[in-house]
Design a protein around this ligand. Structure first.
Ligand SMILES: Nc1nc2c(ncn2[C@@H]2O[C@H](COP(=O)(O)OP(=O)(O)OP(=O)(O)O)[C@@H](O)[C@H]2O)c(=O)[nH]1
Ligand SMILES: [Mg+2]
Length: 355
């Protein structure tokens, strides 16, 4: 999963990128930063204790830091949108934190204004792309083929949605329609997670200026939402483990930023985790909700999907409650399933295959 971090100037994008990936960013480094964050799933730790494997592997999320999305600078806007073209989702960072030495951009002095400003940029960008393509098709000096006729009709519909300041994610596109427009990487089709970057005081009070307005927009657009305390959480992250937990508790959070964010991302993108276990490796894998056993096998390795025979499935809860695989099997709780069986969050699976 690739997630592009995007937002107005000085909103805390790079700080949050560092918090999530643990990568210290040199302010003079080239702008396109990419980093991988481990999804700290406590179930993986529990399984790892149980199996004591040579290797424990968490699921990962890949983050991209981008330069400022500056409404007053058209060139930077194009650059930012090009960078997030291949992202599966966007993390929009809104600045709420007070910091006298960091100025707010003009007309964006609170989180709500930042949100509105960014959304307008997103909508405007897609409108530009869609309108250009419509013009090209309408002014073509030849007869359009069927596919182009279909595309033109669809684009006109999309243009109307955008002109009403709606996101295209609201529009229920069929798989065929998605294919027709896939090459345009429309921004407002991507799942969006709004991350409000708070200072410590706002974070402990759970409040910041114009919060109600932000929440009502988030709801109207069906975005995901998270509050982070970028700088503070990043400092805590750098502490030793025991100290870290204490500081987090003081701050009133049970889990680190990446733990909270991964949950939000998984929810918003409809993702689940399944596990593979054994003496060599305990590992978490990411899967789209509703995927089948053979699709899960394919996530592990294409050979496992190709040669798929059956999958053994154990529920994480059953394993923990009963204490061992043996007990689970004796209680008849291990299922042997075929290709089309739907895998659920927390399933521990072993693929039987033959290639
Ligand atoms: N007090 C406070 N300051 C913060 C917080 N997050 C970021 N800052 C400060 O705000 C400034 C900008 O932070 P960055 O993370 O570089 O913001 P950015 O969005 O990457 O900035 P650009 O890439 O220039 O658009 C830095 O001086 C940070 O130290 C926060 O949560 N609290
Ligand atoms: Mg930055």
């Amino acid at each position: 999963m690739k997630i592009g971090i995007i937002g107005l100037p000085q909103s805390g994008k790079t700080t949050i990128f560092s918090l999530l990936t643990g990568i210290e960013v040199d302010p003079y480094a080239p702008i396109h930063q990419k980093g991988v964050a481990k999804v700290h799933d406590k179930r993986v730790d529990v399984l790892s204790k149980m199996y004591n494997p040579k290797k424990t592997t968490y699921a990962t999320l890949e983050f991209y830091d981008t330069p400022s999305l500056d409404p007053s600078d058209k060139k930077s806007r194009t650059q930012v949108f090009n960078m997030v073209q291949n992202a599966d989702a966007l993390l929009l960072v809104l600045r709420a934190f007070e910091n006298e030495s960091v100025v707010f951009p003009e007309n964006a002095e609170n989180a709500f204004k930042q949100l509105r400003s960014a959304l307008d940029e997103f909508i405007f960008r897609d409108l530009e792309v869609v309108s250009n393509r419509i013009d090209r098709l309408e002014n073509a000096k030849r007869k359009l083929d069927n596919r182009e006729e279909m595309e033109l009709k669809l684009l006109r519909g999309l243009r109307e949605v955008l002109e009403n300041e709606e996101f295209l994610s609201k529009y229920d596109l069929t798989e065929d329609q998605k294919k027709l427009i896939s090459s345009y990487s429309l921004v407002t089709l991507k799942p969006l997670i709004v991350a409000v970057n708070l200072d410590e005081k706002q974070f402990t009070n759970k409040s910041y200026p114009e919060k109600e307005k932000v929440l009502s927009q988030v709801k109207a657009y069906n975005f995901a939402y998270i509050e982070l305390c970028g700088l503070m959480e990043k400092e805590i992250q750098e502490l030793a483990e025991e100290e870290r937990e204490e500081f987090l508790k003081d701050l009133g959070v049970e889990e680190s930023g990446i733990e909270r964010l991964s949950r939000v991302v998984y929810n918003q993108l409809g993702l689940i985790s399944f596990f593979t276990v054994g003496p060599d490796e305990v590992r978490a894998w990411t899967l789209k909700k509703g995927s089948t056993a053979v699709e899960a096998a394919g996530v592990i390795h294409s050979d496992l999907a190709r040669g798929f025979i059956k999958a053994e499935v154990i529920k994480y809860e059953d394993l923990i409650n009963l204490g061992s695989e043996k007990e689970v099997k004796e209680k008849g709780l291990m299922k042997l399933v075929g290709k089309d069986h739907i895998i659920e969050d927390g399933d521990i699976i072993t693929i039987r295959f033959n290639v």
